[in-house]
Design a protein. Structure first.
Length: 140
């Protein structure tokens, strides 16, 4: 059996120029700002614009980007290797979805469809279930 494991997490900007768009994606999420779109959009723009300079300074201290994708990729690679090492009856392939930055769900879902698994397992990497984390990711 072919099994797809989808690890999902919040994500983070991959370079300083993407801090503000990442923040916009975060605050535009209806699970974060539960407002009608016509109010949520300008408010998400305002918050992301105001918070971007401070957030950029923090990401500069981290080397200019968020480490979350690299760390999640490392986890994914180790998990996939271990699963395939210990199970001769199944083939496992891990995929990564980030809620507020790349890789986003729409693209990854197409990759999973192309893999054509018999089973899909969602594996949230959030520390606990929340409407603003796991639930928001599942809805996307």
């Amino acid at each position: 059996m072919k099994k797809a494991i989808i690890l999902f997490n919040l994500g983070g900007p991959d370079k300083l120029d993407n801090v503000e768009p990442f923040l916009f994606n975060l605050f535009y999420d209806p699970a974060i700002l539960n407002l009608p779109t016509f109010l949520r959009y300008p408010l998400a723009k305002l918050i992301s614009n105001r918070r971007a300079p401070t957030a950029k300074k923090i990401y500069e201290e981290l080397g200019g980007s968020s480490p979350i994708l690299k760390l999640t990729t490392d986890q994914s690679n180790v998990l996939e290797k271990k699963l395939n090492q210990n199970d001769d009856e199944n083939e496992y392939k891990c995929f990564i979805v980030m809620r507020c930055w790349h890789p986003r769900a729409e693209k990854v879902i197409n990759d999973v469809k192309n893999y054509n698994p018999d089973e899909v397992v969602l594996l949230p990497l959030y520390p606990q279930f929340s409407a603003t984390t796991s639930d928001s990711s599942i809805k996307e």
